[in-house]
Design a protein around this ligand. Structure first.
Ligand SMILES: [Zn+2]
Length: 224
């Protein structure tokens, strides 16, 4: 199953099918050959890595992503070519749509953030908000720890997680406390009490404020 990207398609750029780059993903350095135009249109990271003079990668037309597991990079390839998030590839068979694998979705978000592919970050954010509203799906303590490890304090993904958790019951938050660093628990607690009056138990409100968790240049918002 796939989720079509709702944002307007980017201006199509003619693909040079002969112009390819090699991406080495994961610790095994698995090599993927992809079309440079497609990846550079999506990602300023790839533009810099393959067009500059200073990067070694630019000379070799090879980009290494050692921290990115193969399945995550393959999900990115699917997105780059189709503008769709392939949920069946991301999770475990058809159950993936009902209970998205937060580990994989958040890892893909972290990759998209590193590649400066804001459109993918925002589409994944929408997916997480929908699933939270529908069935209270939320990241596990282990996934939260991984997010805090790989993102900055200003990360929109952290902000989303803090707000998702602060909509949960106090019992839920307390139950997670023992399994994650104190600093994360403190953030959840503070937001929980800020939220208490206006948002607790009203998880649907988060989705209606989705631009709060999106990455937008300047002050533009979706649909504006
Ligand atoms: Zn937005």
């Amino acid at each position: 199953m796939s989720l079509a990207n709702e944002e307007p398609a980017r201006k199509r750029q003619k693909v040079d099918y002969k112009d390819t780059i090699t991406v080495l993903a994961g610790q095994q350095k698995t090599a993927y050959t992809v079309h440079k135009t497609v990846f550079c249109t999506r990602s300023p990271f790839f533009q810099t890595a393959t067009n500059g003079n200073s990067w070694l990668e630019a000379k070799k037309q090879t980009v290494s992503l050692p921290e990115t597991p193969e399945e995550i990079f393959e999900a990115y390839i699917h997105w780059a070519y189709t503008s769709e998030i392939d949920l069946s590839a991301l999770g475990k068979a058809t159950a993936a749509y009902k209970h998205p694998d937060w580990v994989i979705i958040t890892r893909l978000w972290i990759l998209a953030d590193m590649l400066i592919d804001e459109q993918l970050c925002n589409s994944l954010t929408d997916l997480m908000l929908i699933k939270f509203e529908e069935d209270y799906g939320r990241p596990s303590p282990a996934t939260l720890c991984a997010i805090w490890e790989h993102t900055s304090a200003e990360s929109q993904l952290r902000k989303l997680c803090v707000d998702i958790m602060s909509c949960c019951s106090w019992t839920t938050i307390e139950a997670q406390a023992a399994k994650m660093p104190h600093e994360i628990f403190v953030e959840f607690t503070r937001r929980y009490f800020e939220h208490e009056q206006h948002i607790k138990g009203r998880r649907g409100l988060l989705r209606h404020a989705k631009c709060r968790y999106h990455i937008h240049r300047d002050s533009e918002e979706c649909g504006s």
